[in-house]
Design a protein. Structure first.
Length: 346
């Protein structure tokens, strides 16, 4: 499969279904979703995706390219493991997740019930307080000292996102120095895309409950696939480290499948699967998902903030489905948290 953003560009294709092979690029056709006849260079969406992978893998564009069939035997092993649900690195369902999902979806649940569930998991409690005090979530300069305070200050919608991040963060923490930079950047990218999608859903008056966690699943799929590749490379090729071109090919081809596997493994409700499928295979003429626009905006802004090549604002406004004023609002929030994150690390 083409990459996330290449698939998102399928939003603008009015004819061909999303059935291209991994070696092909889905070209952007903005005229299919616009009232005017303005046109965007189809290469822009492909370039934005390439910029993302260059940054995540800390590699130049030339290092992402491989000869035809160079890694096909390793990619086929990965494909087989995915098809047979045999990924050794697939994170298992967190024990408290079912109870938390039920509590968050039950209108009769109060903050004390939710607090009790969280406090029964000391590791989750510690992680949640760290996340709640991070720039992405803390609503003010006031430090959050307890789970009950976090639920009270953030509300049910806000604490839902903190719980999603707190559950996933340990799974994405670097295991060694070789994956440290990749893990750090993937986490930042995932948070930015997830937050963007949630903000867009809120602006549009949609139910925001699904978009933040759904927006984080692609980032978790990246770290999962990279770790699985490491296993395969050591077993089959004697490589100590998967080269960037192989990682790039694997992530581009199997990221959506791995995201769906995570949703299955965690028994997430059908609405999560529906959003992931809508992002992978957008149907022309249907309502555009905030997840699609969130990934595009989040990618552009995290690259721009990291002083990497990205997409000009006039071009991004042509391919997203919110107004310029709404984009400015979303972008301001994202830039504020990115800047606060830098200050927090200083």
């Amino acid at each position: 499969m083409p990459g996330f953003i290449s698939w998102i560009s399928g939003l603008f294709s009015s004819q061909k279904p999303a059935t291209l092979t991994a070696s092909e690029s889905r070209l952007l056709n903005p005229a299919a979703s616009m009232d005017d006849d303005s046109a965007t260079d189809p290469a822009l969406i492909v370039q934005l995706e390439e910029h993302l992978f260059c940054w995540l893998l800390d590699s130049p564009p030339t290092a992402l390219r491989s000869e035809a069939g160079q890694w096909e035997h390793i990619l086929e092993t990965l494909r087989t493991r995915i098809a047979n649900h045999e990924l050794d690195e697939l994170p298992r369902q967190p024990m408290t997740l079912p109870m938390l999902m039920r509590a968050l979806s039950n209108e009769k649940s109060d903050r004390h019930q939710l607090t009790e569930i969280i406090l029964n998991d000391p590791a989750l409690t510690d992680q949640l307080l760290q996340i709640a005090n991070s720039p992405y979530f803390r609503p003010s300069d006031q430090h959050i000292d307890s789970v009950d305070q976090a639920v009270f200050l953030l509300g049910m919608d806000g604490i839902r996102n903190v719980i999603a991040a707190a559950i996933m963060r340990p799974m994405m923490a670097a295991r060694n120095s070789r994956e440290a930079l990749f893990a750090q950047r993937v986490w930042r990218w995932g948070l930015t895309c997830a937050r963007s999608a949630e903000l867009i859903a809120k602006i549009q008056g949609q139910d925001t409950s699904v978009y933040f966690m759904a927006g984080l699943l692609p980032a978790l799929s990246y770290i999962t696939l990279r770790r699985e590749l490491q296993r395969i490379c050591r077993a089959e090729s004697g490589l100590a480290e998967a080269p960037p071109s192989l990682v790039h090919a694997a992530l581009s081809r199997y990221q959506w499948a791995a995201s769906q596997m995570l949703a299955n493994e965690w028994n997430l409700p059908p609405k999560y699967h529906a959003q992931l499928l809508a992002a992978e295979r957008p149907v022309p003429g249907q309502t555009h998902s905030p997840l699609n626009d969130g990934i595009i905006i989040g990618t552009r802004e995290v690259l721009r903030h990291a002083h990497q090549r990205n997409m000009p604002e006039e071009d991004i406004l042509r391919i997203i489905h919110i107004s310029g004023e709404q984009f400015t609002r979303v972008r301001k929030v994202i830039l504020d948290v990115l800047e606060a994150g830098v200050r927090g690390r200083a």
